[in-house]
Design a protein around this ligand. Structure first.
Ligand code: SF4
Length: 358
C-alpha cells in the first residue's frame, strides 16, 4: 500500500465556505428562481451540487486558459428575468455588470454580492483606494488569468465608470445599458493596457511601449497589486523589477505596493512546497477543477520544483481513475494537495480510495 502524505493546508478555504453557506441561506429565503451569475466556485462538482439544491447557474461561457466571449456574457445577462434573485460569485464581477444585473431584476435588494470578503473584495478595495488617490493600477497575474472574471472585476474598481472613464467613452445615460454599449464595456475589459490600469504578466510587459504609454499617462503615481491566487515570491520579484524600472524611467511617479494574494492561497502553496521538500515523493495528486486558477497554480508549483515527478490533476476520483490510476498505485509514496475551490466530498473520496489501495 503506498504511503499517502497530505499537505498541511489543502482544500476548500474559508472564503469559499462562506460563499457556499450564504448561497444555501439565500436559497431558503426565496420561493422563486435563485441563480448565480456564472459558477459560484470554479468547480463543476460544486455547481452540480448547488443545482440539486435549487440554485441555478447562469452560463456565462468559458474563460479557461484565457478564452472568452463577451457576446456570451451579454446572452447570459439576457436570460435574467424580473424578480430573479441573483448571486454574484466568489471571484466577483465588473461593478458595471453588477449594476446592469440590478436593473434587470428590478430590485437591487435581490442581488447578493458573494464576492469573497477574505481576499477578492480586499483586492477590489485596494484598486479603488489607488484610483481615488489618483494612481494608475498595475495588476500582476499570469498570462492565462489576464481576463479571468476576478481580474476584470478588480480592475473595474480602478476606473470611475465605463461612461465617464477615459478608457471607454460611452454616450448612453440609461441605467440599463443598450446592447451595443454593453458589448463595448465588455470588449474594454479585455484590454490589458488602458489609461487607468495595466496588467503585467512578465518582464517583457515591463519593457513594452504599452506599459510606457500607461505610465506616461499617470499624473501622480502607481499602485501595484496581484490576483489573489498568484505566488508570493513571483509577485515580490516582479514588483521589485517594476519599482526599479519606474523609479529610473519615470522618477516623478510615486509607487506603492499592496499584497493582495490571499492567506488561504499562500498557506496552500507554502504547505505544498514544504511537503515536496521534506518528503521523497514518487507522485503528486492535485485535486481541483481545470477552471480553478488556485488549483492550477498548485500544479505549476509542483512542476516548477520537481519537473520529473508525475503529477495527477483531477477534480474527483473518476477523473483520477481515467488519468493513470494504475501507475499511481505502483508508487511507494504519494503526496496530495487540493485547491481552495475543491469540492470537499470529492477530496474526501480521493483520500479514502487512495488509502484503501492494497
Ligand atoms: S482562495 Fe482566498 S480569495 Fe479565493 S475564495 Fe478562498 S479565501 Fe477567498
Amino acid at each position: 500500500m503506498p504511503k499517502l502524505t497530505i499537505a498541511k493546508h489543502y482544500g476548500v478555504c474559508a472564503g469559499a465556505g462562506d460563499s457556499l453557506k450564504s448561497a444555501y441561506r439565500i436559497r431558503e429565503m426565496y420561493d422563486g428562481r435563485v441563480c448565480t451569475f456564472g459558477p459560484l466556485l470554479n468547480n463543476s462538482s460544486v455547481v452540480e451540487h448547488l443545482n440539486k439544491q435549487g440554485i441555478l447557474t447562469i452560463d456565462i461561457g468559458s474563460y479557461t486558459n484565457g478564452n472568452y466571449d463577451p457576446g456570451r456574457i451579454i446572452q447570459a445577462l439576457d436570460t435574467i428575468r424580473k424578480g430573479d434573485v441573483i448571486m454574484i460569485t466568489a471571484h466577483g464581477l465588473e461593478k458595471e455588470l453588477v449594476d446592469d444585473i440590478k436593473a434587470r431584476v428590478g430590485d437591487a435588494g435581490s442581488v447578493y454580492d458573494l464576492t469573497c470578503k477574505r481576499g477578492v473584495s480586499l483586492a477590489q478595495k485596494t484598486a479603488r483606494r489607488y484610483h481615488e488617490k489618483g494612481y494608475g493600477v498595475v495588476f500582476l497575474t499570469s498570462e492565462k488569468n489576464c481576463f479571468h472574471p476576478e481580474t476584470r472585476g478588480i480592475l473595474s474598481y480602478a476606473r470611475d465608470s465605463y461612461r465617464d472613464s477615459s478608457d471607454v467613452l460611452l454616450p448612453s445615460d440609461d441605467t440599463l445599458l443598450a446592447r451595443a454599449d454593453l458589448k463595448e464595456v465588455l470588449d474594454s475589459a479585455y484590454t490589458r493596457f488602458t489609461k487607468t490600469s495595466a496588467v503585467i504578466t512578465s518582464r517583457l510587459d515591463i519593457c513594452s511601449d504599452r506599459f510606457s504609454y500607461f505610465l506616461s499617462y499617470q499624473k501622480k503615481g502607481i499602485g501595484i497589486l496581484a490576483k489573489t491566487t498568484e505566488e508570493t515570491s513571483w509577485f515580490n520579484r516582479l514588483s521589485s523589477i517594476i519599482k526599479e524600472y519606474v523609479g529610473n524611467a519615470f522618477p516623478r511617479l510615486e509607487i506603492d505596493t499592496t499584497m493582495t494574494i490571499c492567506n488561504a492561497t499562500q498557506q496552500r502553496q507554502n504547505a505544498l512546497k514544504e511537503m515536496l521538500s521534506e518528503n521523497h515523493l514518487e507522485a503528486i495528486v492535485v485535486v481541483g477543477d481545470e477552471t480553478s486558477a488556485n488549483s492550477k497554480k498548485l500544479m505549476d508549483i509542483a512542476i516548477g520544483m520537481h519537473p520529473d515527478l508525475p503529477i495527477y490533476f483531477a477534480k474527483d476520483w473518476k477523473g483520477l481513475c481515467s488519468d493513470g490510476l494504475e501507475k499511481l498505485t505502483c508508487c511507494n509514496h504519494i503526496g496530495l494537495t487540493a485547491g481552495a475551490s475543491a469540492f470537499p466530498n470529492d477530496v474526501a473520496e480521493i483520500i479514502r480510495n487512495l488509502r484503501a489501495i492494497d
